[in-house]
Write a protein that binds this ligand. Structure first.
Ligand SMILES: [Zn+2]
Length: 225
């Protein structure tokens, strides 16, 4: 599987294009907030055969480009965490409510499948598990396999997702992070919603926001990172 990161929009959201070399099928993880990703993908040669769109959560900077993507790739199946329905429904208003921006005057796009904790999503020969990690939003989640985890705004290199937004929950975030590091192996490469990639193990030993987990587990922090 090839992975390409495309960073989009004012919020510098990472969108990922996963391409299965066996079938040629592609998955997009998060869409950015506008037509930028759809334009980038349709100008690639050869154009990727997008079969699925995974949304880690329904903030407009991650899901606002869904409708544009579906115009160009109408067959792609869109997956959204089940607990994100409420946030997805108000997607066009999020910019004005959260950031004082003008309302997005456009449709949200179509969700085909709602994923729940423990679900497995198969796209051709690619297979991903879904781990629900609420906190940043009510249903934010991670899609992972035996090598990679697409963590959305749950975990970043050296940081974690904000929990001061409406519908965020800091206590749930701590619970989710604890679970993420308990259930997933440290070698997984983390592809986050913003910023560079990292590994779970590196974050466990160095991320300043994970001190509570290190304390609980008696882990000593890496001093130089
Ligand atoms: Zn977000």
């Amino acid at each position: 599987m090839n992975i390409r990161c495309i960073t989009l929009g004012n919020f510098l959201v990472n969108s990922y294009l996963l391409q299965d070399s066996t079938t040629g099928y592609s998955i997009v993880v998060d869409t950015g907030d506008g037509p930028e990703l759809a334009d980038a993908l349709t100008s690639m040669s050869p154009m990727p055969d997008v079969r699925a769109i995974f949304l880690t959560h329904a903030h407009f900077d991650h899901a606002g480009g869904l409708v544009d993507l579906q115009c160009k790739f109408p067959e792609a199946i869109a997956y959204l965490p089940d607990l994100e329905r409420q946030l997805f429904d108000i997607l066009p208003k999020q910019g004005s409510v959260f950031f004082g921006m003008s309302e997005l005057n456009r449709p949200c796009g179509r969700i085909d499948c709602y994923v729940k904790d423990g679900d497995i999503v198969k796209v051709g020969e690619l297979c991903f598990h879904f781990l629900s990690t609420p906190g940043h939003t009510p249903g934010q989640g991670c899609f992972y396999n035996d090598k990679y985890v697409f963590s959305g705004d749950t975990l970043f290199a050296g940081s974690i997702g904000r929990t001061d937004f409406p519908l965020s929950d800091p206590k749930l975030m701590s619970k989710s992070l604890r679970r993420l590091f308990k259930e997933l192996p440290g070698h997984l490469l983390v592809y986050s919603g913003h910023g560079p990639s990292t590994t779970l193990e590196k974050e466990l030993y160095s991320n300043p926001f994970l001190e509570f987990i290190r304390c609980e587990r008696g882990i000593v922090k890496d001093s130089d990172s």
